[in-house]
Design a protein around this ligand. Sequence first.
Ligand code: NAD
Length: 365
Amino acid sequence: MKRYRAAVIGLGWMGLLYDLAERTADRFEIDDVNRPTPPLDIHRRTLAHRHPGDEGLPNSAAEALWIRPDIELIAGADRDRKRLDAFSERYGIQTVYTDAEEMLRRELPEIVAVCTNTKYRAHFTCLAVECGAKGIFTEKPMAHTLEEADRMVKTCADAGVPLSCGGITTTHPSFARARELVRSGAIGKLLSIDTYGPCAQHQNWMYFLESRPVWVVGGGDPPRRESGTDEFGGDALMFTEDGLVVHFRRGGLMLRLSGERGEIIYDYISAWRLWQDVEAIDGVRRVEMPWPAPNFVPPYGSVYSLADVMDCLAGEMDEPKNSGRRVAAALEVEIAAKLSSAQGGARVDLPLTNRSLGLHYDWFR
Ligand SMILES: NC(=O)c1ccc[n+]([C@@H]2O[C@H](COP(=O)([O-])OP(=O)(O)OC[C@H]3O[C@@H](n4cnc5c(N)ncnc54)[C@H](O)[C@@H]3O)[C@@H](O)[C@H]2O)c1
């Protein structure tokens, strides 16, 4: 039954700790080996009866791998010895490495979770493929630069390796239902998408595009913030090859899909809602309809990002919902919006030729 051998690189909050403790906000540097780690509830179980309705799924990559019947979790890597010890103690796995490269080369895992900080994502993703990985899921943000994102996408595509880039809301099965509805014409021809920002590290919009982004205009992008990020913070418009427009609007919903005959909205708290135009005695009325299950239930986590990779390996899915290809395209749109804003709102055509362009993120990413 356990057909795939798996390993985690980076046993921090997303790799391991979120299931074992409350996150602390202690400051660290990305290359610190000794990371602030609070006391851990090493053998914690999810006790649904203690918080009914908010039971949640395991958040961490290690737990998501551990609970799958078709996967054997065999190894973990982190530069921080304390975190390796916590991994060994929880899972009874002694195969741990302070050098992730050594782990990949010696253990040759087939499924790899890359949960380091962004800086090492491209390196370990490509090395995992070189060492024979069959499926990879990473944390978000995918990468700093377009060149890194290109390398991840190409390396995985050339080797036929499904790559899912971030345990974000888009990985939830309800997003597949939403896209099915749009494709089946439930709201008529899709005219526009409205969302709070391109936010490539947690974008929900790219999954609904049927053709590639071709140009972007933007404005109001603020300078780099104190937290370290210079992710796009203004308003922008993006057009696709087939004429769809995406509005990136500050203060907007997480996602609004407007069609010729209806509308779908998604928000983290109120989940999915659907309106359709129906013939009434006095003409056409836009009426709210029940959402066909599944609907979104927070929280989300690594479970669904991994599930997409496994479904691809089983031949049941062509590409993870939050695939590297889609996230890389969203990153390019976000950078283009920044460029446009810096040029007073000039039109910026895609693809961008300068692949060394990229984003900075908050200090802890
Ligand atoms: N999907 C989400 O909702 C979500 C939530 C929080 C964080 N994140 C993302 O997850 C990533 C990881 O952050 P985190 O919050 O888990 O915190 P973190 O900084 O605690 O985790 C990173 C871990 O990777 C290890 N690491 C870094 N470089 C390494 C290397 N070269 N070799 C071996 N180990 C290495 C660190 O020692 C650390 O334990 C970040 O990029 C962050 O943006 C995603």
